[in-house]
Design a protein around this ligand. Structure first.
Ligand SMILES: Nc1ncnc2c1ncn2[C@@H]1O[C@H](COP(=O)(O)OP(=O)(O)OP(=O)(O)O)[C@@H](O)[C@H]1O
Ligand SMILES: [Mg+2]
Length: 265
């Protein structure tokens, strides 16, 4: 009888998966995408977002479809105002679509009430922004575990997990240091560890290297990449940097609230 636990052949982990997932992929990258059998974590169907200010309507997102598998490192690029942050805000449960459905980890965000969204933001997504917003007088470890303590988790266990994350991200030696004494790249890596302390499967990053010199940016990108490869996390990152975009498994360009499709280039 054949064994039920035949390990997946190494050759199954193909490196060209990025080309197979729908339209709007504008470039191939150095990243190794997850296999086609990896489950979907994000599924957007016909999502639009309109803002009305002073009688004027802005179509920030227009009829967007998007599917992202677990373990993917998706990079969103495009000119200022094309809708990148709007899309991240919808995925982060910070805002609701005007129409369409936003499914993340099996939850339909458009249908959730404020209490469920609060729980979603705590358990399912971590967010990292351009400005890291650390508490300057707290230590690296204290900053990292703050969201866990706010969620009512055990302090010792949170500290253990915090140490583990900080070590994985290359800050194992700086745990007891005051946050204000770190470099920009180090602060941003603390922000990444903090976003992961409650172990969300999805990490959203809005220009996380926008404020960093190229060496610090590289360290942050390496940390994000290793999360997808070693911990199976999914990362969606907005960037204006060509080099940063190359770290993804998939790059999609946006224009006027839509994905640019292949043939438009
Ligand atoms: N809260 C809001 N109220 C009104 N309009 C908004 C709001 N948020 C975004 N917009 C508009 O929606 C459009 C998309 O904005 P968004 O912030 O998503 O762009 P972006 O691609 O992230 O740009 P950038 O690269 O400059 O950060 C813009 O025209 C913006 O002015
Ligand atoms: Mg933005």
């Amino acid at each position: 009888m054949p064994s039920a636990t035949t390990p997946q052949a190494e050759s199954d982990v193909v490196t060209n998966g990025a080309g197979a997932v729908g339209s709007g992929i504008v470039a191939h990258t150095d990243g190794v995408p997850p296999g086609d059998d990896s489950p979907l974590i994000i599924s957007l169907r016909d999502v639009s977002k309109r803002y009305v200010t002073e009688g004027r309507t802005v179509h920030a997102l227009q009829n967007i479809d998007l599917e992202v598998r677990r373990g993917e490192f998706l990079v969103l690029v495009g000119r200022s105002g094309c809708g990148k942050s709007t899309l991240l805000n919808l995925l982060g449960g910070l805002d609701k679509p005007s129409s369409g459905s936003v499914l993340v980890a099996g939850q339909d965000l458009a249908l959730m009430n404020e209490a469920s969204l609060t729980q979603y933001r705590r358990d399912t997504v971590g967010m990292v922004f351009q400005f890291f917003n650390l508490m300057p007088l707290l230590t690296v470890l204290e900053n990292t575990i703050l969201p866990a303590l706010l969620a009512g988790k055990n302090k010792q266990q949170s500290e253990a997990r915090g140490r583990e994350l900080l070590t994985a991200i290359g800050l194992g030696e700086r745990i007891a240091q005051q946050a204000s004494l770190l470099s920009g790249g180090e602060m941003q890596r603390v922000a990444v560890a903090r976003a992961l302390i409650n172990d969300p499967p999805l990490l959203l990053a809005d220009e996380p290297t926008g404020n960093l010199d190229s060496q610090s940016a590289e360290a942050v990108l390496a940390a994000l990449k290793s999360l997808t490869q070693r911990e199976g996390k999914t990362v969606v990152m907005v960037t204006h940097s060509r080099e940063a975009a190359q770290q993804g498994t998939l790059i999609r360009e946006m224009r006027d609230g839509q994905f640019v499709s292949n043939d438009e280039g």
